[in-house]
Write a protein that binds this ligand. Structure first.
Ligand code: AMP
Length: 393
């Protein structure tokens, strides 16, 4: 069985085609600058093809993708693609797992648009483009929010008028659920237990930390939108909301513009005034840039704060996992975080930590809690869910 996983952005479309027999990636790539000018990158058999080509819309991008798959002999007929899984950011409180896409599901994704105004419309573009080009393949929606639907009410409600929840569904939804679920399943496999208490730190350009008990999310740092929680590359994470009207007045901006500043001009970028990328921040630190040092110190402090909170919530943890760009590759950031957890008896094995992008235990044998690096694989989770629903859905 061949399954395609799709992650559509407003002007991009990432894909991976899996042979589910052995979960091997046959081909992967990215169409970008769709509707602007256009470029694609396709990786297969250790080769990489890049071409600038006019891409008017997502349907045209998918059309070119499928033509290339046949031209490159990756598949001989489109019928070989049995299913397509789509990453959808917001599934509201209706979807607690992945589903086969029906007209009703499409309408729901559409109706959750005001909760995820940038992401859900992009997901729909991907669904429509694939449906047009592959009318016979089964389509599956895999929601970023679904894994967090197990959170108890005391975790997902905000201490605001209850009617806001009843009338407007103001609550914590949480995101990166597919990645946190992958971490939970991988740790179950690695440690051979399913009663684990895990603190999953998905820290990349976006970032969220999730407390997982017995395979279920019980709290997570992102909230009503992905703006909440820890400091990120360009997002502030949690701030005092009173700052918003105050700066609106000072700068003559509207609420949307301030939210844009909090999403795109804050976090590591906002404090360092250099870059949202932790590699640039570390470069800045090595050159003596105090704002870069401050940005990293603040970043670490906020991650540590939530790990400590979830350690208490879980009544100790069995394992802390680092994943995503910074979690998998940021040797120094991991070191700083774990060193700041010494009050909990958590100890880093410095030699083991000196690695990028590898599944590995990085705590010492006398550490109170295991610490692991686990490379995440959201695309594989999407493909596994899709296979399951194509076969049994
Ligand atoms: P992601 O959003 O998961 O792709 O993560 C992106 C972030 O990971 C980048 O902003 C970098 O800060 C970080 N990152 C990626 N590769 C490295 C690396 N080799 N060393 C340190 N940080 C890295």
């Amino acid at each position: 069985m061949k399954i395609m996983s799709i992650n559509a952005g407003s002007s991009s479309l990432k894909f991976q085609l899996f042979d589910m027999q052995d979960e091997k990636v046959l081909v992967s790539g990215l169409f970008e600058r769709i509707g602007i000018d256009g470029r694609y990158t396709i990786k297969y058999n250790g080769e990489k093809i890049t071409e600038n080509i006019e891409l008017n819309d997502h349907t045209q991008a998918v059309n070119i993708l499928l033509e290339k798959l046949i031209a490159l002999n990756i598949i001989s007929s489109l019928d070989e693609i049995d299913g397509v899984g789509h990453r959808i950011v917001q599934g509201g409180d209706k979807y607690s797992k992945s589903v086969l896409i029906t007209d009703e599901v499409i309408q729901d994704i559409e109706s959750f648009k005001d909760l995820a105004p940038l992401h859900n419309p992009a997901g729909l573009l991907g669904i429509h483009a694939l449906k047009e080009n592959l009318p016979n393949a089964k389509m599956v929606a895999v929601f970023d929010t679904a894994f967090h639907q197990t959170m108890p009410k005391a975790s997902y409600l905000y201490p605001v008028p209850y009617s806001w929840y009843e009338d407007y569904k103001i609550r914590k939804y949480g995101f990166h659920g597919t990645s946190h679920r992958y971490i939970a399943e991988k740790m179950k496999e690695v440690l051979g237990r399913d009663d684990l208490k895990i603190i999953s730190c998905h820290i990349g350009n976006g970032g969220s930390i999730t407390a997982i008990k017995d395979g279920k999310s019980i709290d997570t740092t992102m909230g009503f939108t992905p703006l909440a929680g820890i400091m990120m590359g360009t997002r502030s994470g949690d701030i005092d909301p009173s700052i918003i009207p105050y700066v609106m007045e000072k700068e003559g901006k509207n609420a949307g513009e301030i939210i844009d500043d909090l999403n795109k001009k804050s976090g590591l970028l906002g404090i360092s005034e250099v870059s949202p990328d932790s590699r640039d921040i570390e470069q800045g630190i090595s050159e003596g840039n105090w704002k870069c040092a401050l940005a990293e110190e603040m970043y670490v402090k906020r991650v540590v704060k939530y790990i400590a909170e979830y350690y208490v919530l879980l009544d100790k943890a069995d394992v802390i996992v680092f994943t995503a760009g910074i979690g998998e590759n940021g040797i120094n950031v991991r070191k700083e975080i774990v060193e700041n957890l010494s009050a909990l008896g958590i100890k880093l094995d410095y030699e083991a930590n000196d690695v990028r992008g590898e599944l590995r235990k990085i705590s010492t044998d006398d550490s109170s809690t295991l610490v692991y690096i686990v490379p995440t694989d959201e695309e594989l989770m999407i493909a596994r869910d899709t296979l399951e629903l194509v076969q049994n859905g």
